[in-house]
Write a protein that binds this ligand. Structure first.
Ligand code: GDP
Ligand code: MG
Length: 588
């Protein structure tokens, strides 16, 4: 297997991974010139439109007698599960650092991940063509980070192609070939998959021993499901059938399986004859944020359900379950790995499936210890117990890494304070920069923390985070009542110290946008068993006496009385009609 090298390109977002991959495809003549376009590996419509990589993409190239299997990875923190899956399938990584930006927060976290997988790392300073490139300085930073000599760091430009052949030479020289396996029986790791309407599940595999061909009888080890390989192939980057996939190679197997829930990333696909155990797969990451998705019209419920099922077949980190809410009807509670993941997934539902959907305010997971001694995992405000039933609440914390120019430190400190963050480590980094490690509740990270840090630092700060164990939380459920009735879709979980202000803001907002009713209706915020904010929505006044000209005051009085009674009856019935637009405005 000395002729194979498997590797990934990892970097902070926008440091030029996909563009550099383009040049590799050209140098190795993998993609014909006329078919070449910018960031050719970003094939999803959304990826091309936004200029970001969402899904990893493998590609096989031939160079100087060597088979190079590259997996391009996404850079955004929400997609680090994709990165970790790619890392497990290969032996080494090209770590790119943008010469105009220097080392960024996500550079450090992807490097740590690659090290955990025991990767050989090739450090590269990219975009050296740019007039803003600070090649020598950035090399110093990278050398310090990797504890290597600046001479080991390569220089490339994905724009001009400078240094790309040398980088491919370094991949061949420095990255080890796949290890020789002791058995000839076919075993492989599933690191990704996709779904095709006529071919069923297509699994992306790294062969760990033996080989696989079309018509082989295979087995999903964990799912314990037998199937026959309808086809095997490699990525060029389009799928291309090959007669055989050998030990150490990367490619795909068409399973023909159309049921959901069988193929899973991290499963081991083996020859039917294999008797060994499943290998350690991937730990499925827990969702970081949850939001409910409802079809705008209940008629589309089944369609939404089918769409989610399909989406899950291309996005292994999506989680969802059915739920129903009085007014919005039937929908789904969905878990995501972060706000960008949420945004991308909902955008895909809208576009790829043409659905009109309502997405509620995202929340995180809480662990509630009740007075009865039960532990409840709560990821929807609706199931958050009343204060009286709660003994303790625990919430996720995060360790946030911020890299920023030292002079900006003073601007950023108040934001940390405002978000309950405490600095646990400060380190100077290169010339005039500091690396902060801050611990804070995940709940606070969700309150546009990244955006605020980015804005205050005029874009010079970069941020990444990792999850920490749960800590005790002082939070409570805030309910919003209209005409004495709680409106479930408006409930939320908030920090106790912020509940007063949140309640007032929500009540005021609803008061502004809710149309007047036939009767006087109170809008209230309730938390910890008390009403803590209140506004009164005046009744819409229909002039019932307008048609009675003349001065028959007794008759007018009678009518007014009758109207009052009617309103009282309506109010007792308590049914306030909350129009759909008001819902959208309040929950989005
Ligand atoms: P990725 O997020 O790491 O995959 O980065 P992309 O390859 O999508 O590139 C991000 C941006 O940097 C794009 O606007 C590219 O045109 C630009 N870019 C990429 N490589 C280079 C380079 O070598 N030089 C210059 N000047 N710009 C580059
Ligand atoms: Mg990219």
């Amino acid at each position: 297997m000395n002729h194979i090298r498997n590797f990934t390109i990892i970097a902070h977002i926008d440091h030029g991974k996909s563009t550099l991959a383009d040049r590799m495809l050209e140098v190795t003549h993998t993609v014909e010139k006329r078919k070449m376009k910018e960031q050719v590996l970003d094939s999803m419509e959304l990826e091309r439109e936004r200029g970001i990589t969402i899904k990893m993409q493998p590609v096989s190239m031939h160079y100087k007698g060597t088979l190079l299997n590259l997996i391009d990875t996404p850079g955004h923190i929400d997609f680090s599960y994709e990165v970790s899956r790619a890392l497990k399938a290969v032996e080494g990584s090209v770590l790119l650092v943008d010469a105009t930006q220097g080392v960024q927060a996500q550079t450090i976290s992807v490097l740590e991940m690659a090290r955990q997988f025991g990767h050989t790392i090739i450090p590269v300073v990219n975009k050296v063509d740019s007039q803003y490139a600070r090649v020598e300085e950035v090399k110093e930073e990278v050398a310090k980070l990797l504890e290597c000599s600046p001479d080991d760091i390569l220089e490339t430009s994905g724009k001009t192609g400078l240094g790309v052949p040398e980088l491919l030479d370094a991949v061949i020289e420095r990255i080890p070939a796949p290890k020789e396996s002791s058995t000839k029986t076919f075993r492989s790791l599933v690191f990704d998959f996709e779904y095709s309407n006529h071919q069923g599940m297509i699994v992306y595999i790294r062969v760990l021993s033996g080989s696989v061909s079309k018509k082989d009888s295979l087995l999903f080890k964990i799912a314990n499901k037998k199937f026959v390989a309808n086809d095997v192939g490699i990525f060029t980057p389009e799928a291309q059938s090959v007669p055989i996939l050998n030990d150490g190679e990367i490619g795909y197997v068409v399973t023909g399986i159309k049921e959901a829930g069988i193929a899973s990333v991290g499963d081991t696909v083996v020859s039917e004859k294999d008797a060994g155990p499943a290998m350690d797969g991937y730990e499925k990451p827990s969702p970081v944020v949850w939001a409910s998705i409802y079809p705008e019209s209940q008629d589309d419920f089944d369609e939404l359900k089918r769409a989610l099922l399909k989406l899950e077949l291309t996005d292994s980190s999506l989680t969802y379950e059915e739920e129903s809410s009085g007014i919005l009807g039937r929908g789904f509670r969905c878990g995501f790995l972060g706000m960008l993941h949420l945004e991308i997934a909902t955008e895909r539902l809208r576009r790829e499936f043409g659905l009109s959907i309502v997405v509620t305010v995202p929340t995180i997971t809480y662990e509630v210890l009740t007075k009865k001694g039960d532990v409840k995992i709560v990821y929807s405000p609706l199931s958050f117990p009343d204060d009286g039933e709660i003994a303790e609440v625990y919430e996720p914390w995060v360790s946030v890494h911020i890299l920023l120019p030292s002079p900006r430190l003073q601007d950023v400190m108040p934001i940390l304070y405002e978000h309950e963050g405490s600095v646990v480590e400060t380190e100077t980094f290169g010339d005039n920069r500091v690396a902060l490690t801050v611990e804070m509740p995940l709940r606070e990270l969700m309150r546009r923390f990244f955006e605020k840090i980015k804005t205050t630092s005029s874009g010079y700060a970069s941020v990444s985070y990792t999850m920490l164990p749960n800590k005790k939380a002082e939070v409570t459920r805030l309910d919003i009542l209209v005409a004495e009735e709680p409106v479930p879709a408006f409930s939320r979980i908030v920090a106790k110290h912020a509940v007063q202000i949140e309640a007032e803001q929500a009540v005021e907002r609803l008061h502004k946008i809710l149309p007047r009713q036939q009767f006087v209706a109170k809008i209230q915020g309730k938390a910890m068993g008390r009403i803590i904010a209140s506004e009164t929505l005046k009744a819409m006044r229909k002039d019932v006496t307008g048609h009675l000209y003349g001065g028959d005051i007794t008759r007018k009085r009678k009518l007014w009385e009758k109207q009052k009674k009617g309103k009282k009856r309506l109010a007792e019935g308590g049914k306030v009609n909350i129009p759909a637009e008001v819902f959208m405005k309040m929950i989005q």
